[in-house]
Design a protein around this ligand. Structure first.
Ligand code: ADP
Ligand code: MG
Length: 283
């Protein structure tokens, strides 16, 4: 939804300018795309059934059930659902913490985890179409990058990569895209990568123990503020600053784990960590 169409939204709501992937208004797969509210949250429209209900139930479980408590530190705050009337239509939205809130030069990357992106209930044709998407990345790395935006600190301008480019990424070009997102030519990027690795390792530790659910086609949303990275001088404490974060998002495909580990997620995440470690050591 662009600025023009934002005028059609109820007062206090606008198009969310930091959406880098997922269903959007332009591809006709979402009635609105992601919106933002005046009180600083993002609104994700309910688009598909039963996938949207699965996502809502998962967020509710995380904040209610003890078995799901391990996910709490790694997902955006969930404020329930809200209904907006847009052009005469009642549309339900999930209300979520905005990971990029307050960022001046927001850098955001959506990394979809797992070489299998269909859930076990998917039809044969869904399995086939999913397997055809992001084939090279998923085969090589067990994850793919549907989109990102980065403020390039060398050129002083934003670069964006959408799903068309994302789908072409391979063994050679995916690491280059990752390096671009991380502003690797900037001297302080080492600090950023180090903190991202700490966060990813904490998420991996959780996955190595939880046997409640398996999650398909879910993403890790990387975010940092290039403005703060530019200003950043020395590492003053062990605390990770609020201008960088990684959160798990997109829970349309959550199934019971039957007391087994989710090796599809674990192996994709392990490979992502390995690649970041290689980038950190200058490979
Ligand atoms: N909590 C959030 N904070 C900031 N951006 C978000 C948040 N949730 C989603 N987004 C943005 O919207 C995009 C699509 O969200 P996602 O939940 O993956 O939707 P879809 O089900 O359409 O794939 C993400 O890639 C990200 O850019
Ligand atoms: Mg998504």
């Amino acid at each position: 939804m662009d600025k023009q169409s934002s005028k059609l939204l109820p007062d206090g709501f606008a198009a969310f300018e930091n959406q880098v992937a997922g269903h959007n208004l332009k591809d006709g797969r979402s009635p609105t795309g992601i919106l933002k509210s005046a009180d600083g949250f993002v609104l994700k429209p309910v688009t598909k059934h039963p996938q949207s209900e699965t996502e809502i139930a998962f967020y509710e479980n995380i904040f209610i059930k003890n078995e799901y408590a391990c996910f709490r530190p790694f997902v955006p705050e969930f404020k329930g659902t809200t209904v907006l009337n847009i052009l005469g239509l009642d549309i339900t939205f999930l209300k979520l913490q905005d990971i990029t809130k307050g960022y001046v030069k927001p850098c955001v990357m959506d990394v979809k985890i797992g070489s299998q992106t269909w859930d076990p209930n998917a039809t044969e044709s869904k399995r086939k179409t999913e397997d055809e998407k992001y084939q090279l990345s998923k085969k090589e790395f067990g994850f793919c990058i549907p989109g990102y935006q980065v403020y390039n600190l060398s050129s002083g301008s934003f670069n964006r990569m959408g799903k068309e480019q994302g789908r072409m990424l391979d063994k050679i070009t995916l690491p280059l895209a990752l390096k671009g997102f991380l502003n690797v030519n900037f001297h302080q990027s080492a600090f950023l990568i180090e903190r991202f690795l700490q966060r990813l390792n904490a998420i991996l530790d959780m996955w190595k123990t939880q046997k409640e659910v398996h999650i398909y086609s879910s993403s890790l949303l990387f975010a940092y503020d290039a403005h703060q990275l530019e200003l950043f001088k020395t590492e003053s404490s062990g605390v990770t600053p609020c201008w960088m974060n990684i959160m798990m998002i997109d829970f349309a495909h959550v199934v019971p784990a039957c007391n087994t580990l989710d090796m599809n997620y674990i192996s994709g995440l392990t490979n992502l960590i390995k690649l970041l470690q290689e980038i950190k050591s200058g490979k």
